[in-house]
Design a protein around this ligand. Structure first.
Ligand code: PEP
Length: 266
């Protein structure tokens, strides 16, 4: 079993992105069952932090449940507006998410970048907005299959991270998620070695731009077809500190098993 304080004291983070799945009633049932299953298994959030990212409409229910039952489960939103308030139909501000006690917010997921045309500038503005409201941004970066052919594995994720850090200071708490677009929902995960190479390059960007202290304490996640059977390979890599999980986070037993990787994958 790995030490809980390995990799420069970075607590592993397993984050479940539900995307547009599970309404607030389903969220309540899922969160209760997940929390009970982790508690029954003796799981401690100081060993591996678990977080869920339900749709906006579920967040108030999740907040109430987590607070009432003192659940060891973090949660956050899948997106945030770059604006604080005003005439921005359909958007949700960081101030509102902070009122819902969101610890995290996912920013720049590839589905936002492609389906909603989010540019690097918008990702940077959203990152700054999350930080301003005391919410930890999970900044997603990753190359498409075409990028991989044309530019190699790290060029696009490195450029995206540099752009996203425009409004970040060395005092900011951030998480980075490397998600190769070709691996998301495809069943074809990157190899642990591929993930490690890019995560190491991303840590070098943190080192250059924010200093070695931030670089050594920032968690870098891998995302893209993570399952209970492949999480161990990623978590053995020195620069991979957790996973951003899509499809498998909707399967309670599978997600719990990914969170408990230390018990079966080493
Ligand atoms: C994602 O959408 O962030 C993701 C990693 O999805 P999946 O795990 O289904 O590949």
């Amino acid at each position: 079993m790995v030490e809980t304080t390995y990799k420069h004291n970075r607590t592993p983070l397993i984050a479940g992105n539900w995307k547009m799945n599970l309404d607030h009633l389903q969220a309540i049932a899922f969160v209760q069952k997940l929390a009970w299953s982790l508690k029954d298994a003796g799981h401690s959030s100081s060993d591996v932090e678990a977080a869920i990212f339900p749709p906006f409409t579920d967040l108030r229910s999740v907040q109430t449940l987590v607070a009432a039952d003192k659940l060891q489960l973090a949660y956050g939103a899948q997106d945030v507006s770059q604006h604080d308030s005003g005439a921005f139909t359909g958007e949700v501000s960081g101030a509102f998410l902070a009122q819902l006690d969101c610890t995290y917010v996912i920013i720049g997921h590839s589905e936002r970048r492609t389906l909603h045309a989010e540019s690097d500038e918008v990702v940077a503005a959203k990152t700054a907005s999350a930080i301003k409201h005391g919410i930890v941004p999970i900044i997603c970066v990753g190359e498409t299959a075409e990028d991989l052919d044309k530019h190699g594995p790290s060029a696009v994720p490195v450029a995206q991270l540099k752009a996203a850090l425009a409004g970040v200071t060395s005092a900011s708490d951030i998480v980075v998620a490397y998600e190769p677009v070709w691996a998301i929902g495809s069943g074809q995960a990157a190899t642990p070695e591929q993930a490690e190479a890019v995560c190491a390059a991303l840590r070098a960007v943190l080192d250059e731009t924010l200093g070695s202290d931030v670089a050594s304490k920032t968690r870098i996640l891998y995302g893209g077809s993570v399952k209970s059977t492949n999480i161990g390979g990623f978590m053995k890599q020195p620069n991979v500190d957790g996973a951003l999980v899509g499809g498998a986070s909707l399967d309670l037993a599978e997600f719990a098993s990914i969170i408990r990787f230390q018990k079966h994958a080493f």
